[in-house]
Write a protein that binds this ligand. Structure first.
Ligand code: BDR
Ligand code: CA
Length: 323
């Protein structure tokens, strides 16, 4: 038996979040030890209910810890119901309430305690706003030296023409709490950013999604149903060749980093004004001293992805074809 990676999944389910959660749940490389929720694709009530629903429906043993309702500072934008539906799972029928209660700890404290109990062993995959991570860092800055790694879906750096999906220069997860993201990037933990640069390069076509539905009757039809709404959103934006693979790309990085090309350097987030939420990396190769970035830790951003191999990996894991 391989040594499985212990993972905390910080998420705002969310259609692509649910798909990423199932990717983690089905991966033999992963022991999912916790799910922490945040607002984004829905309010905190909606995303926590959805995480608990997914836990119940798919028999996921990891506890769900409820996250902060809002950003570290200021007002967050309202949930993007036009992307994920009113219930954030593509408006498939869902129970109003679930019977499983959330964990007794709030998300940030759950993260701190779990990392402290498993020094050097926890990977955090964060695919929503960075609020819970920033609160965990504020509570216990020493966790930076105690985690195995952090993988984030968020941001955009202009590769392949991808620079923003909320504004011309900002991505939703960063835009929803720019201060939290900047604090997370200021921490010297091993961190990789999987941004729009690569997540918009990989798309799942209807034929691909249909084959999951046909070949895994437990999970596949659910993925098919929740992605109908998501597909309509993509079509409304002129994206006709499938749905973007945002959050599952972060999981793919965790499972097989060789799928990606990276660039290293410190990262900053623009706090306010028309560029609020923009992520800017000063590449380590850039010989240009600048007080805004210098002295901050270097992190990796993904600049390229082998999409066919990523799609093959997702399919193999969902269909249980991995050994
Ligand atoms: C990110 O925003 C959310 O809508 C998705 O779940 C993903 O995490 C993409 O910008
Ligand atoms: Ca998400």
């Amino acid at each position: 038996m391989m040594n499985r990676k212990k993972v905390i999944f910080d998420t705002d389910p969310g259609i692509d979040d649910a798909m990423a959660l199932l990717f983690l749940h089905k991966s033999p490389q992963v022991e999912l030890v916790g799910i922490t929720t945040g607002p984004g694709n829905g309010t905190i009530d909606v995303t926590t209910r959805n995480a608990l629903y997914l836990k119940e429906r798919f028999g996921i043993s990891a506890p769900v810890a409820r996250g902060a309702a809002g950003p570290l500072a200021g007002e967050a934008p309202p949930p993007a119901a036009f992307v994920h539906g009113q219930n954030a799972l593509g408006d498939i029928p869902l129970p109003e309430r679930v019977t499983t209660p959330p964990h007794e700890l709030p998300a940030f404290r759950f993260i701190v305690e779990t990392v402290r109990r498993n020094p050097g062993e926890i990977s955090i995959v964060a695919v929503g706003r960075m609020t819970n991570l920033a609160l965990a860092l504020r509570e216990d800055p020493e966790i930076v030296g105690l985690v195995e790694q952090v993988v984030i879906m968020g941001g955009a750096f202009g590769y392949h023409g991808h620079s923003g999906n909320v504004s011309p220069v900002s991505e939703a997860n960063i835009h929803g709490d720019p201060l939290a993201a900047d604090e997370v990037f200021a921490a010297a933990w091993p961190l990789t950013v999987v941004g729009l640069d690569v997540t918009k390069q990989t798309r799942m076509s209807n034929a691909y999604l249909r084959s999951l539905a046909d070949e895994n009757p437990k999970i596949g039809p659910f993925i098919w149903e929740i992605t109908r709404f998501y597909e309509k959103f993509h079509i409304s934006r002129g994206v006709l060749d499938g749905i973007y693979v945002h959050d599952s790309s972060a999981v793919a990085f965790l499972l097989d980093p060789s799928l990606f090309v990276t660039r290293t350097g410190p990262i900053r987030v623009v706090m306010e004004g028309i560029a609020a939420g923009q992520t800017i990396q000063k590449a380590d190769s850039l010989n240009l001293p600048h007080a805004g970035w210098d002295g901050r830790p270097s992190h990796a951003i993904c600049t390229d992805v082998d999409s066919p191999r990523l799609l093959a990996l997702y399919r193999r894991v969902i269909l249980g074809e991995t050994d």
